[in-house]
Write a protein of this length. Structure first.
Lengths: 452, 234
């Protein structure tokens, strides 16, 4: 342990003597982590969409000569996106081009007239205009999804309103009542009353006419019954399939907590892997390894010192980042003990993986390259959710990412930050197994260090 | 220090073939030979870094200092920090006193606070040797200590090493420079392709060269030595 203490001090002195490296090692992952955190937590939730409504304020959709109340399309759309109201089409176009908004939605002045024409003999095609800036494929896909979803919402709102009015008219036909139109009020008899009147007058009629009248009565009764069935059908036409979401597994923490866990794990992984791998390779580059392991410190002691260095620096940086994140999203400080456990165990496993990389690559430059080449794809693949790719590919990704400490570290940190997700025990055990496995790999790879 | 019948194999290749060596206290032994002769392998085995496949090494227990060919130093630390680190790792009771002692010995007291990377190759080698001396070894092994040094630095280095031997430290050094070996070595062990061709004083080697390569006897010693190796099948 004596040797470990002095080597630890030496590594910190070397780190302090390379301020650029130290700043990069700490600042770069934090910068990346914060960007990732914001991208995940703020990105797709409420995109900014420019909204231009050219429809005159008092224009309403009419059915059968009667004006429908407002369907509140604007309110429904602006509930799902951040509406940026613009004065004219030029302003909308400029905002889309500059990237200030994801897209612009323009409701033309004749939109309602075109909708009203649908119930005439010369129906038009109601259209809205969408301005987009498809500067890359990902953005194009995102805009398509968002706009399609928004228009579906708008169509649904209008269809519901029309369906509701249609149902009211059907009710008048079936059950009768007052119909207001053209400033006047008319009484509608209704099929139900008509059938009742016909049934009442039938016995008083000549026997020769009764069979024919019976047919009319039966028709009125059947029409009433069938139209009664049609009423709910018309109502359902607006939204024929209702979604009933049932969570059957995979509890997850809130999105913002998950984003913080991702950011923290990114930071921890980069700091620990790069520091451990780099400082171990440095022992060889400085030709110090044979001198050290010639009785001054054991190989296991040297490995332990590097993992301890990485874990300690990773712990400090990750905690600083989490406390910084506290400014944006409140975290449960009562779970601080679990934070420590998750970061320490994850740091040790990542450190062992870094030691294996450092021992295998042997040169600091090669190690840095290798650390990025391994950590970045593994981190990316660890974030692929099930269902996003085919089951075979997902299984392959699952088994592959299970071989590296990033995913269990992410799971452990997410579990430590929030209690709603899965437990922390499984990921910690997974990390402990990976720690042991990578320690053995590093120990074996270090034999090459001593080669004369 | 005594080594007998040392054999070392790397796969099919025999790097050392039954090499023996003996060195007394205060003796300066030069291990010479062309590149690939097995000099570094022999010193690594004597230092305990590599294990021989056959043969035995007897050395004063834990008292063998080893100075690798390339300076084993932390270039981003200062002279003093390097010495202090290794003195602490050696478990010295008063590491700071040991550092002062080594600074005197190397003549680098004035440059104690300088980053090692900024020192000349010769000064780096002096610290490299000083670290090897921190364990106060009875035997000091130097692997090609003068490689890359200019003549002035080389002269200072050998003055320093000779002083150590004068104080009773056994010094075994490897080199491929026959003139350097002859000038500073009290005894010479000639290796070629892992085989010990000669073990004795410099005058004995000159005699062996004259006898076995008479056609080159009146030429310079290095040329005659190459002819000698050729005659011995190397």
């Amino acid at each position: 342990m004596r040797g470990v203490r002095w080597l630890l001090l030496k590594d910190l002195q070397i780190l302090r003597r390379s301020p650029l490296q130290a700043v990069l090692l700490v600042a770069y992952p934090i910068l990346i982590a914060v960007l990732v955190g914001f991208a995940i937590s703020r990105g797709p939730e409420k995109p900014r969409v420019a909204f231009l409504n050219e429809v005159p304020a008092e224009t309403r959709i009419t059915v059968g000569g009667a004006q429908l109340p407002s369907a509140n399309v604007k309110g429904r759309i602006c509930k799902r996106v951040e509406c940026v109201f613009v004065a004219d089409r030029n302003e909308a176009e400029a905002k889309v081009k500059s990237g200030d908004v994801l897209a612009a939605l323009v409701l033309p002045a004749n939109l309602v007239n075109k909708i009203n024409s649908l119930s005439t003999l010369t129906p038009g095609v109601p259209e809205v205009e969408v301005l987009v800036n498809e500067e890359n494929a990902v953005k194009a896909e995102l805009v398509d999804d968002r706009i399609t979803s928004l228009l579906a919402q708008a169509n649904l709102a209008v269809a519901r309103r029309i369906g509701s009015e249609g149902g009211r008219y059907l009710n008048l036909i079936v059950n009768g009542g007052e119909f207001k139109a053209l400033g006047g009020s008319f009484h509608i008899l209704g099929l139900r009353t008509s059938a009742r009147i016909l049934e009442a007058v039938t016995p008083a009629l000549p026997k020769g006419l009764q069979p024919s009248l019976k047919e009319v009565t039966n028709f009125a009764t059947q029409a009433r019954d069938n139209l009664n069935v049609a009423k709910p059908l018309i109502a359902r036409l607006a939204q024929p399939i209702k979604v009933d979401k049932v969570v059957v597994g995979g509890e997850s923490p809130p999105l913002e907590i998950f984003a913080i866990a991702v950011a923290a794990t990114f930071t921890l992984a980069f700091v620990v892997v790069l520091l451990v791998a780099g400082s171990l390779a440095l022992e060889r580059e400085e030709n110090a390894f044979p001198r050290l392991t010639r009785g001054l410190i054991s190989t296991n002691g040297l490995l332990g010192e590097k993992v301890l260095l990485g874990t300690a620096v990773g712990l400090v940086v990750t905690l600083l980042m989490l406390f910084g994140m506290q400014l944006f999203v409140p975290l449960e400080l009562g779970r601080f003990g679990l934070w420590l456990a998750a970061i320490l165990v994850a740091g040790a496993a990542l450190g062992a993986a870094g030691a294996a990389l450092g021992a295998a690559a042997r040169e600091v430059r090669a190690v840095s390259l290798l650390a990025f080449m391994v950590t970045l794809p593994v981190a990316f693949l660890s974030l692929v959710p099930s269902g996003a790719v085919s089951p075979t590919v997902f299984d392959a990704i699952r088994y592959f990412t299970a071989l590296f400490p990033f995913k269990p570290a992410l799971q452990a940190i997410a579990a430590a930050l929030d209690e709603t997700g899965p437990g922390i025990g499984g990921p910690l055990l997974h990390l402990a197994i990976l720690f042991a496995a990578y320690a053995v790999i590093a120990r074996v790879a270090l034999r090459r260090f001593s080669a004369v | 220090m005594r080594a007998a019948g040392i054999v070392k194999r790397y796969g099919e290749r025999e790097a050392l073939r039954g090499v023996s060596l003996q060195a007394a206290a205060g003796e300066l032994v030069a291990v010479i030979g062309p590149n690939g002769a097995g000099k570094t392998t022999l010193l690594s085995i004597l230092a305990g870094i590599a294990r021989p496949d056959e043969g035995k090494v007897d050395s004063p227990n834990g008292e063998v200092g080893w100075v690798p060919q390339q300076a084993a130093l932390y270039r981003r630390l200062t002279v003093e920090e390097n010495l202090l680190l290794f003195a602490r790792l050696e478990g010295h009771e008063d590491p700071h006193a040991s550092v002062e002692e080594m600074l005197d010995l190397t003549g680098l007291r004035e440059r104690r606070g300088e980053i090692v990377a900024r020192l000349s190759g010769g000064n780096q080698q002096r610290i490299n040797i000083a670290i090897g001396l921190l364990s106060r070894p009875a035997v000091l092994l130097l692997d090609e200590p003068s490689v890359g040094l200019d003549p002035r630095q080389r002269a200072r280095l050998w003055e320093f090493v000779s002083a150590l031997a004068g104080r009773g430290t056994t010094v075994i050094f490897s080199t491929h420079d026959i003139q350097e070996a002859e000038r500073y070595g009290g005894r010479m062990l000639v290796l070629a392709d892992g085989e010990a061709l000669f073990d004795g004083p410099p005058e004995g080697l000159r005699e062996a060269v004259r006898t076995e390569a008479p056609e080159a006897a009146d030429r310079d010693f290095e040329t005659a030595f190459v002819a000698y190796l050729h005659h011995r099948g190397h």
